[in-house]
Design a protein around this ligand. Structure first.
Ligand code: GRF
Length: 212
């Protein structure tokens, strides 16, 4: 049995891209820390099981993480995919799932870890921006990179237009990364991503070029 857990907090568009991808997973469970996440409704439409663990009802991060881990463990997931999950996870939690905890981040890491990536990219005047799927390790937004997609930053770009074009690429690379992992084509070893299957080629960079 291959089970997948997706953690969300809000809109859930990356979660939707994963649910639409139809990769080998016998059971998909979506867990949200936010009872009002719009992604929960989408998940139900796709027939995924949904669980809400409202972090505001816990006295501290550790007790929330413990409750979250209990729910995750009950699913016995092969992979836990963070998809816009807006909680910082404790070191103990990250350690527990090391090697099977993935995240999507809206920048070309290691540039712009943290929040506000598109505004910071515009402010810095960089010409290439993008998104990264990486394994989660103790240092926030710094784990080994699975796949990245790059897009050009255009002179007329605003935070919104840039975010929208990056998001299109997020929806492309996250299902790809999760598929590789679920089908045992890649794995996490000694802080690196090891490619097991030689058919995995486009692991470094998608470069979609100028928008039409
Ligand atoms: C995405 O930009 C993702 O990269 C970041 O949070 C956002 C979540 O969007 N981690 P959505 O909920 O998947 O639509």
């Amino acid at each position: 049995m291959k089970s997948l857990v997706i953690l969300i907090s809000g809109r859930g568009s990356n979660m939707q891209a994963l649910l639409e991808a139809g990769f080998q997973a016998d059971r998909i469970t979506v867990i949200s820390n936010n009872p009002n996440a719009t992604g929960l409704e989408i998940a139900r439409k796709y027939g995924a099981k949904t669980i809400v663990i409202d972090h505001r009802t816990f006295p501290d991060r550790q007790t929330f993480d413990t409750a979250l881990a209990e729910k995750i463990d009950a699913c016995q997931p092969k992979l836990i995919a963070l998809a816009g999950f807006m909680r910082i996870l404790s070191d103990r939690f990250v350690q527990r799932y090391q090697g099977r905890l993935m995240n999507i981040h809206p920048s070309l890491l290691p540039a712009f870890p943290g929040l506000g990536t598109h505004a910071r990219a515009l402010q810095e005047g960089i010409k290439i921006h993008g998104c990264t799927v990486h394994f989660v390790t103790a240092q926030l937004d710094h784990g080994p990179v699975v796949i990245q997609a790059a897009i050009p930053v255009l002179p007329e770009d605003t935070e919104e237009t840039l975010a929208a074009r990056v998001l299109q690429q997020e929806h492309r690379i996250y299902p790809q990364a999760v598929r590789w992992f679920m089908e045992d084509q890649i794995r996490f070893t000694e802080n690196h991503v090891e490619v097991i299957d030689s058919s995995v080629r486009e692991i470094a960079l998608y470069s979609p070029g100028l928008p039409e």
